[in-house]
Design a protein around this ligand. Sequence first.
Ligand SMILES: Cc1cc2nc3c(=O)[nH]c(=O)nc-3n(C[C@H](O)[C@H](O)[C@H](O)COP(=O)(O)O)c2cc1C
Length: 307
Amino acid sequence: MKKIKASPDTSINFAGIKCKNPVFVASGTFGYGYEAADLTDINSIGAIITKTITLSPKAGNPPPRLAEVTSGILNSIGLQNVGVAAFCRDKLPLLQKLKTPVIVSIAGETAADYAAVARALNGKNGIAAIELNLSCPNLKKQIICQNAQLVNQIISRVKKACYYPVIAKLSPQVADIGALGILAESSGADALSVANTFPGMAINVNTFRPKISTVTGGMSGPAIKPLALRCVWETARRVRIPVLGGGGIATGSDAIEFILAGARAVSAGTANFIDPQAPATIAAEIAEYMKKKNISSLSDITGKVMV
Ligand SMILES: Cc1cc2nc3c(=O)[nH]c(=O)nc-3n(C[C@H](O)[C@H](O)[C@H](O)COP(=O)(O)O)c2cc1C
């Protein structure tokens, strides 16, 4: 009989990043990454992904830009951030004090924008990897992921501009997310993040007005979990690089579903707004599940959904 481990090993190596557990916080749902220090033990999180940073500061979209909807949130924050220079000056020193790996999310409208942000971050202490937010609009106001040539240019230019592992965060707003994953891999991405929010809309029936200023926005939270899970399954089995799965994860059981679908790590986003301790709880629930099922390493069940 297999001996039951007292405490299962939840540690993972994700594209060269050593994490004590596979639960990351999703970009834009944990500030720049250190602000929740009074609300949770940040060092118990597998990795932190910062709010997306751009070359110049951005004010974001006008309010209202968040609406609570059934089983989720609709947001159109619009990449509000301090810009890469202020990030390096004011935010990074605070992030450098953390023991948790920090992944910096970046965005732009052109490949040159992304490369310039990556260059500004290159060589700085306390950065474990770069996540490319490829869900924002490009100069033609098209979602970047819908332009294969641009995706290829962004990934290859960022790879040349910095030494960090590069995680390409895919938008689900494409016809074939598996094919997009293959394109990102062949362009040089070290890992994929699947997926960002899904487009959605909500209307105030008293005022007849959309609930957010931009009319449509990105839907996140439990409502999107089956949609995101399908994206992870369709991507992970077609690439060799690791996949960070996310979308609606709120419990250890949710996370295990993503791991069975092929994710090597998972992210929690909207769950942080309900409970900043959610990532730590999810990680503890994963360990509990492993102990109960006598699983010694997460790699034993990654992608093992029986279809
Ligand atoms: C308020 C809010 C802000 C977000 N900001 C960003 C962002 O700056 N960059 C990014 O890549 N994703 C951003 N996201 C998307 C999340 O990182 C995540 O991919 C998405 O919310 C799905 O996961 P969830 O259902 O666990 O929240 C944001 C989501 C929310 C709810």
